[in-house]
Design a protein around this ligand. Sequence first.
Ligand code: ADP
Length: 481
Amino acid sequence: MPSEVRTIFIGGEWSAAQSHDSLEVRSPTDGEVFGAISRGGKPEIERAVDAARAALAGPWSTTAGFERGRIMSKLSALILDHLEELAQLEARDTGKPITQARTDIRATARYFEFYAGAADKVLGDVLPFLDGYQVTVQREPRGVCGLIIPWNYPASMFGRTIGPALATGNTVVLKPAEDASMSCARLTALAHEAGLPAGVINLVTGLGEEAGAALSQHPDVDFLSFTGSPEVGTLIQTAAARNHVPCVLELGGKSPQIVFDDADFERAAQTIVGVITQNAGQTCSAGSRVLVQRSAYDRFVGMLKARMSAVRVGAPEADLECGPVINRTQAQKVQGFLDRARGDGIDVIAQGSLDRSAVRTGYFVLPTLFGPVPTTHELAQDEVFGPVLAAIPFEDEAEAIAIANGTAYGLVAGLWTENGARQMRVAKKLRVGQVFVNNYGAGGGIELPFGGVKRSGHGREKGLEALKEYTVAKTVVLRHG
Ligand code: ADP
């Protein structure tokens, strides 16, 4: 394995890991090694946090919001200039169809565009208080932000976390996932090219239990943002608690799509199948349960069946509806869900098919629609993180809400009905962070505050709401009377 791999960026310089260790990068499409990343660990995290701390005290602290915004605008433009290169890299690293990869890179550029515009609009408050006093509440940067992101949307997660962090004047240390770090390294180089001062963005590639753990436990990190599994989320929150720092956690979901008998079935069926096969189902906000009113169950499930059967799975360059999953472990995990559901006697209603471009050594799984799935079954309760959809019938509004809220998660819900009063009633009762009515955005919508409740985590990313997470309020009470 090459020892000169230099994917660690600290204080404006690229370097290898101190140990000279690196990690192989495999393509999910054929299982072959096509690159390597540096195996950063505690020493690199220490240096990266020091660099971020130093940058916080440097010129960055006096860079006006509009100037930070200009650098971010430039980065957004550079990302679009390199759209095809970045999309090819992302598709190769994650296996996603090239059209999806292009969409993700455009989203990455949008994050920097959106937060560039916000950088000089981080407003405070003036509060009424006692006579003779002037009270202001100012929003200040948290400081050094430790960002730990997953492998499913690496480029756009780079924008989702770093965009609001920079807009509010923080500095960052980013730990991308060991399975997909390539686009983050390239984006870091572009950020440097855009003119970010040294130390504002630091990147440490490596394993979660080494680099990730060291970052989350570092006593000089002021704020943590983590997206990934609930199990690791618990470790992150524990580390944050030990250091008394806040954290934002986004930990996945078991999001319901609720289809009433008055819905626009065509639109609903097309969207629901599109969303669960997007990124091979590896989307935190994928709608993985479809709750269908019993009076319309056969008809609507028939429409889902036709669409799911037409989904083809193949290599990124074949640009089909669905690519491989990220690695062998994930393929085995998804296959395990499929096998157990079958073993438990749950009917397979429909399955997609393998395209010729899906080679045997790649990590391909067949998109599958199961139903009816008992609400207590793991397919109705646990996050599969694969292209697997569970159909569940319900009688009425009350039962739909009970089933929708009846899992440990609470991230997103889709609601399909033409009845306006019902839209309002049901949306209000769903315990989730986002509700889409007669549409559904999995991963989309830079502007839309996003995050969960319950086991899906807490805190909000995206939109202007994220600016609150990345800042701390300081109240200044001035007596002039
Ligand atoms: P997934 O199931 O999506 O792989 P993980 O929660 O395992 O989710 O990984 C999400 C991110 O968390 C990755 O960047 C990974 O390297 C990191 N990670 C994994 N284990 C730890 C850990 N013990 N401490 C900190 N970060 C970790």
